[in-house]
Design a protein around this ligand. Structure first.
Ligand code: FES
Length: 108
């Protein structure tokens, strides 16, 4: 079973045992509010996160992610939560300032 640690949610760690679910689906199943303005359609970048550890455990970039990367709207260490899936390994991620929700209590 893999773990997803969200460093700026006070190292909140959730479990993932389904390689076919997106990170967005996993965090929502764990009742964590996550910005996703386009409804998980890959048409915005509000769901993005920064990968701190475990990049090798993430699925390949999808077409929307490649397009946003080419437009410099997605850095090399950033992924879209609604697009990316995690294999069996652990990852550590961070929510960037642009994707923080006003009602959430982030640790930094
Ligand atoms: S929710 Fe819009 S790209 Fe992920």
């Amino acid at each position: 079973m893999a773990q997803i640690k969200i460093s700026n949610l006070s190292d909140l760690t959730i479990q993932n045992n389904d390689n076919n679910k997106t990170v967005l689906a996993i965090v929502q199943e764990n009742y964590i509010d996550w910005m996703h303005a386009c409804g998980a359609k890959g048409r915005c970048t509000t769901c993005k996160f920064v990968v701190k550890n475990g990049m090798e455990h993430l699925s390949a970039r999808t077409e929307p992610e490649i397009n946003y990367a080419n437009l410099n709207r997605l850095a090399a260490n950033e992924r879209l939560a609604c697009q990316v899936k995690v294999d069996g390994g652990d990852i550590e991620i961070e929510i960037p300032a642009s994707s923080k929700l006003p009602h959430m209590d982030y640790s930094y």
